[in-house]
Ligand binder design. Structure first.
Ligand SMILES: Nc1ncnc2c1ncn2[C@@H]1O[C@H](COP(=O)(O)OP(=O)(O)OP(=O)(O)O)[C@@H](O)[C@H]1O
Length: 257
């Protein structure tokens, strides 16, 4: 299966004064991993929310395999279809897991609702994705408060991947973790993306993590894409002033590390 998402000149306005996204055009597809980077407030999350259908563009379109996303999401079958194809992993896992239930139940739910699996098959799907991601199986039997932030984030990725989406959107998915927990999650994601030809949209203000995991980069500043291209070429020869500043800061960090 493959999915192509075309983002066509999307704008998002909040009130009269705030233009969070001011005309972005890009294409996302299975098998490619794209990083969206930029400083805080540059519009990355708003763009991500429009891609996953959590908010509608003020103007412009998001097309899924040629179909308008806003129209597709109007009806439940369309919403279920889109959730099967495109999944989101956010920074905050508190809404992902119900504190009163063991984590297995949260991962099983999308397998049942979106994947149409019965309870036994959904349990098997949980075991299988957890094994695929190299997560210790006993962690799914715990309550969310019995897990570390890094463990919860890995399990939220398992929850997103249990339905085998074509595209995974990660919004600051590792930013709250310490460096070693970040490395575990990034390695797990990278392995999975490569072996399953998953499309990845990796939204982050952290350039090192994004550079590690992506093929292409979109650099955002004040709601616009100021530069885009293949990750390594862009890091080696950034042409835009803003990108040069971002990359300069990244190289300075690398030099200290
Ligand atoms: N619901 C909202 N209502 C009003 N303004 C908003 C809303 N969401 C975002 N904004 C504004 O839109 C702009 C872009 O925000 P956005 O969260 O997309 O940026 P970001 O690059 O993801 O930042 P961060 O890295 O800090 O999450 C900011 O000026 C923000 O204050």
């Amino acid at each position: 299966m493959s999915t192509i998402i075309e983002v066509v000149d999307v704008h998002k306005q909040y009130g009269r004064k705030v233009t969070a996204v001011g005309g972005v055009t890009t294409k996302l597809e299975s098998g490619r991993s794209v990083g969206i980077v930029g400083e805080s407030g540059s519009g990355k999350s708003t763009l991500g929310k429009m891609i996953v259908g959590l908010t509608a563009p003020t103007s412009g379109q998001v097309l899924v395999d040629g179909r308008d996303l806003s129209r597709l999401l109007e009806r439940r079958p369309g919403r279920l279809e889109y959730r099967r194809k495109v999944q989101l992993v956010a920074q905050d896992t508190t809404t992902t897991f119900d504190p009163r239930r063991i984590v297995r139940e949260a991962i099983r739910r999308p397998a049942q609702i979106l994947g149409g699996l019965d309870s036994k098959a959904a349990d098997d799907a949980v075991d299988s994705i957890v094994a695929d991601l190299g997560i210790a199986p006993e962690l799914v039997e715990r309550y969310p408060h019995q897990l570390s932030g890094g463990q919860r984030q890995r399990l939220s990725i398992a929850r997103a991947l249990v339905v085998h989406p074509d595209i995974l959107v990660c919004d600051e998915a590792v930013s709250a973790l310490d460096v070693s927990a970040q490395a575990v999650v990034l390695n797990l994601l990278k392995d999975y993306v490569t072996t399953h030809s998953l499309g990845l949209v990796f939204i982050s203000h952290g350039l090192p993590a994004t550079a590690f995991i992506t093929d292409d980069l979109l650099v955002m500043n004040r709601g616009k894409v100021v530069e885009s291209g293949e990750t390594m070429s862009l890091l080696n020869a950034p042409s835009n002033d803003y990108t040069q500043t971002l990359v300069g800061a990244y190289q300075a960090m690398e030099a200290v590390a």
